[in-house]
Design a protein around this ligand. Sequence first.
Ligand SMILES: Nc1nc2c(c(=O)[nH]1)N(C=O)[C@@H](CNc1ccc(C(=O)N[C@@H](CCC(=O)O)C(=O)O)cc1)CN2
Ligand SMILES: Nc1ncnc2c1ncn2[C@@H]1O[C@H](COP(=O)(O)OP(=O)(O)OP(=O)(O)O)[C@@H](O)[C@H]1O
Length: 206
Amino acid sequence: MRNLSQILSANQNSLDVSMKKTELRKILIEERKVLAENSKPQDWGARQFFRALDLLKLTVQELKKKEQENKIKVACYFPIRNELDIACFASETWLFPAITEDNQIMWFEFGDGKTEYIENKYGIKEKSEEHCFFYSENKPPLLLFVPGLAASQDGYRLGYGGGYYDRFLNKFKNNVTTVFCLPSEKFIFDSLPIDQWDEKVDLVIW
Ligand SMILES: Nc1nc2c(c(=O)[nH]1)N(C=O)[C@@H](CNc1ccc(C(=O)N[C@@H](CCC(=O)O)C(=O)O)cc1)CN2
Ligand SMILES: Nc1ncnc2c1ncn2[C@@H]1O[C@H](COP(=O)(O)OP(=O)(O)OP(=O)(O)O)[C@@H](O)[C@H]1O
């Protein structure tokens, strides 16, 4: 596990939480890019997806059955910038995020028959708002694969800084099991800069 203060310079270590997050994002996006030159994000995704199921004590068949019985809904994301790729395992019923103007997350089903994708302001593939819905407590519990750059040993997560998942989890964490897969132990820290709105994830895999 890496020591946070060792990867930031003395100057960076004295920054406030928000600036520290910004500096750390830059460093980690670059490190992940270098790592991706030698191994593919699809391979990281495959390894970590099956490890996640193992740790959750679920086989692929059991997960499918739970999905068919509406006991569970799986959600992930379309990867950008060498994010670990789990979307390559998506079945038609998996959910993907779309972001709204007021910074909320809506969802669409991968195989909903609406084949037209648009790009959001970050260049991420999504569907237009009329084909998306808001998650609510009366829907099946979510098994949510969250994107991000790094985790702390106690389950905090560093994302790109939109706060989308923090806001979503603040509302729905009781209905959601969050799984955060990372490409290697390099992205696990003893601690991370944390704001009061940061939500922990349930399972970190590296
Ligand atoms: N693949 C993927 N999809 C996702 C997320 C994600 O992190 N990864 N999100 C997770 O929330 C949401 C989108 N949030 C995002 C927030 C910021 C940036 C981003 O590129 N930010 C710029 C800085 C922009 C600025 O100047 O404010 C950057 O990091 O360079 C991307 C996605 C929903 N979909
Ligand atoms: N529960 C919340 N209520 C209101 N604002 C929030 C909440 N959670 C996060 N935010 C806002 O989101 C912004 C970004 O938060 P942060 O830097 O922690 O993002 P992140 O966790 O890296 O991003 P993401 O969750 O999108 O991957 C902050 O400026 C904060 O104001």
